[in-house]
Design a protein around this ligand. Structure first.
Ligand code: FAD
Length: 424
C-alpha cells in the first residue's frame, strides 16, 4: 500500500496532473474530501508550447512547473509520483508502480499519447511532441542533424539531413512548421555558415484537403499562405504511407529523403488495465456520461483528453483541447461537492471559447465565438492568452523575456544538444 494517512474524510484520487487533474485538484481545496494527486512526473506540463521547446525557442523549465510547489499550502492533500497502471474496480483500489491505493472516488485525468495507427515504422522512426521529454529529444535530433550535415562529405547525405518532414497539419504541425521556417530564415545559416547555398527543406504533410481542419476554411487558407510564404512545402491531400530511417513515402508515390520525421498526426488515450472494451470508445478514450462518470461505474470519473463525452453539439465527443479539460474539471469539482451534500448532479456542457494557431512573428489565426482575425493582431492575442495561461510568475516572466528577445533578435541562444548520462 502507498503511505497516505487516512483522515476520516472520503478520499478522491486524481490520476494525472495535466490541465484536467490540476484544475480539479485546485478546485477541491478546502472541500470535504482528502485529495491524492498521482502523476508519473513531478511537474505539470504546458503542452501548447512544446513546439517552442522542440524548435529551441524556449527553455524547458519555463513551461513546466513542480506539482508540489502548486499545492504547498493545501491541507489533507497528498502528492505521489508514480505510474498509474491498473484499476481494481471491485476493490476500489488503484494499482501504481509504487503500490496500491484505496479510493472512494477515482478521477482518471491521465491524458493521451501519440497514435501511430498501427504503423510500427512511424512509431520507430518519427519523433513525437507529446511530452517535454519528446520535445527535447526532437530538439536534440534537429540540432544534431545540422551538426552532421556540416560534417557530411557526401552532398546527397547532407541534403537528406537538411530535409524535415512533418506529418499532420493540425495546430501542432502548423506551429512547429512555422517555428522551423523562422529558424531556417534567421538562425541556421548564421550558426552554420558552411550551409549557405544548401536548402533546408520543410515539408508539411496533411491527409485531408486543408490545414487546421477544426478551424474555418478561411483560417486554413491563411495558415497555408503564411507557411508557403515562409518557404514551407505544404502537401495537403497527402498521407505518409511508409517510412524508414532515411525517407518518407507519400500517398502520391513521392519518396522524400529526410533526416527528421516529426509526428503530429494523432493521439490516443493512455492505456490503463481494469476496464472492458465496451467502456472505451474511439481514440482509446473512456466513454463517460454528462457527469464524467465512466460507463458502468458510479465512483470512477474521466476528464480531459482521456474522456469521450458526447452532447448534441458534439456527437463524436469534445475536441481534445485544454479548455475542455479545464471546464470538465471545474464541473466535476462542483459535482463532487454535490455528491458530498447528497444533492442531484448537474450535466456538463462545453462552452467553446475559440481556437487559434500561430505560424510566426505577426502571423497567427484566431477564431473567437464572435470574431475571427488573422495576422499581427491575432499573433499578439495568441501570445497574451498563452502567457496568461502559464503557471507561475517566474515562468511567465521567463517566457515574456524570451519572446521579447526573440522579437528583436530572432536568436535565443537555446540551441543546446543536451543528453543525459549514458547517451551520446
Ligand atoms: C504539442 C501540443 C500542442 C497543443 N496545443 C494546444 C493548444 O494550442 N490549445 C489547446 O487548447 N490544446 C492544445 N493541446 C492539447 C492540450 O494540451 C490537451 O488537450 C490537454 O493537455 C489535455 O489535458 P489533460 O489534463 O486531459 O491531459 P495532459 O495535459 O496530457 O495531462 C495528463 C497527465 O497525466 C500524467 N500521466 C499520464 N499517464 C500517466 C500514468 N499512467 N500514470 C501517472 N500519470 C500519468 C502525465 O504526466 C500528465 O501530467 C496541445 C497538445 C500538444 C501535445
Amino acid at each position: 500500500m502507498i503511505n497516505v494517512p487516512a483522515s476520516g474524510k472520503k478520499r478522491v484520487v486524481i490520476a494525472g496532473c495535466g490541465f484536467a487533474g490540476l484544475t480539479l485538484a485546485k478546485k477541491l481545496r478546502n472541500s470535504p474530501f482528502q485529495v491524492v494527486v498521482i502523476d508519473k512526473h513531478n511537474y505539470h506540463q504546458f503542452q501548447p508550447l512544446f513546439y517552442q521547446i522542440a524548435s529551441a525557442g524556449l527553455d524547458a523549465s519555463s513551461i513546466i512547473f513542480p506539482i508540489r510547489k502548486i499545492f504547498q499550502k493545501y491541507s489533507d492533500f497528498y502528492i505521489r509520483k508514480a505510474l498509474v497502471e491498473e484499476v481494481k474496480r471491485d476493490e476500489n483500489q488503484l494499482v501504481t508502480s509504487i503500490g496500491r491505493l484505496d479510493y472512494d472516488y477515482l478521477v482518471l485525468a491521465h491524458g493521451a499519447t501519440n497514435a501511430f495507427f498501427g504503423s510500427e515504422k512511424m512509431q520507430r522512426y518519427s519523433k513525437g511532441m507529446k511530452s517535454i521529454g519528446e520535445a527535447l529529444e526532437l530538439r536534440n535530433s534537429l540540432l544534431l542533424n545540422f551538426e552532421n550535415a556540416v560534417a557530411a562529405v557526401n552532398s546527397e547525405e547532407q541534403e537528406r539531413l537538411l530535409h524535415i518532414v512533418i506529418i499532420g497539419g493540425g495546430p501542432s504541425g502548423v506551429e512547429i512548421a512555422g517555428a522551423l521556417a523562422e529558424m531556417k530564415e534567421f538562425v541556421i545559416y548564421k550558426d552554420y555558415p558552411e550551409l549557405k547555398g544548401k536548402t533546408v527543406e520543410i515539408y508539411l504533410l496533411e491527409g485531408s484537403d486543408r490545414l487546421l481542419g477544426t478551424m474555418t476554411p478561411k483560417s486554413s487558407q491563411k495558415a497555408r499562405e503564411f507557411l508557403e510564404n515562409m518557404g514551407v512545402k505544404v502537401l495537403t491531400g497527402t498521407f505518409a504511407t511508409d517510412c524508414d530511417d532515411k525517407s518518407v513515402t507519400t500517398s502520391r508515390g513521392e519518396v522524400i529523403k529526410t533526416g527528421l520525421i516529426i509526428w503530429t498526426a494523432g493521439i490516443t488515450g493512455n492505456r490503463l488495465k481494469g476496464f472492458s472494451e465496451d467502456q472505451t470508445g474511439k481514440g482509446g478514450r473512456f466513454i463517460v456520461d454528462r457527469y464524467s462518470r465512466i460507463k458502468g461505474c458510479w465512483n470512477i470519473f474521466a476528464i480531459g483528453d482521456i474522456a469521450l463525452m458526447t452532447e448534441e453539439k458534439y456527437p463524436s465527443g469534445h475536441p481534445q483541447v485544454a479548455q475542455v479539460a479545464i471546464q470538465q474539471a471545474k464541473h466535476l469539482a462542483e459535482n463532487l461537492k454535490r455528491i458530498s451534500e447528497k444533492k442531484a448532479l448537474s450535466e456538463f456542457s462545453y462552452r467553446d471559447l475559440g481556437s487559434m494557431a500561430t505560424i510566426g512573428k505577426h502571423l497567427a489565426v484566431v477564431e473567437l465565438p464572435r470574431f475571427r482575425f488573422q495576422g499581427a493582431f491575432a499573433w499578439f492575442v495568441w501570445m497574451f492568452i498563452h502567457l496568461m495561461s502559464i503557471i507561475g510568475v517566474r515562468n511567465k516572466l521567463l517566457i515574456f523575456i524570451n519572446w521579447a528577445w526573440k522579437y528583436f533578435t530572432y536568436d535565443q541562444s537555446l540551441r543546446l544538444i543536451l543528453r543525459t548520462k549514458g547517451t551520446t
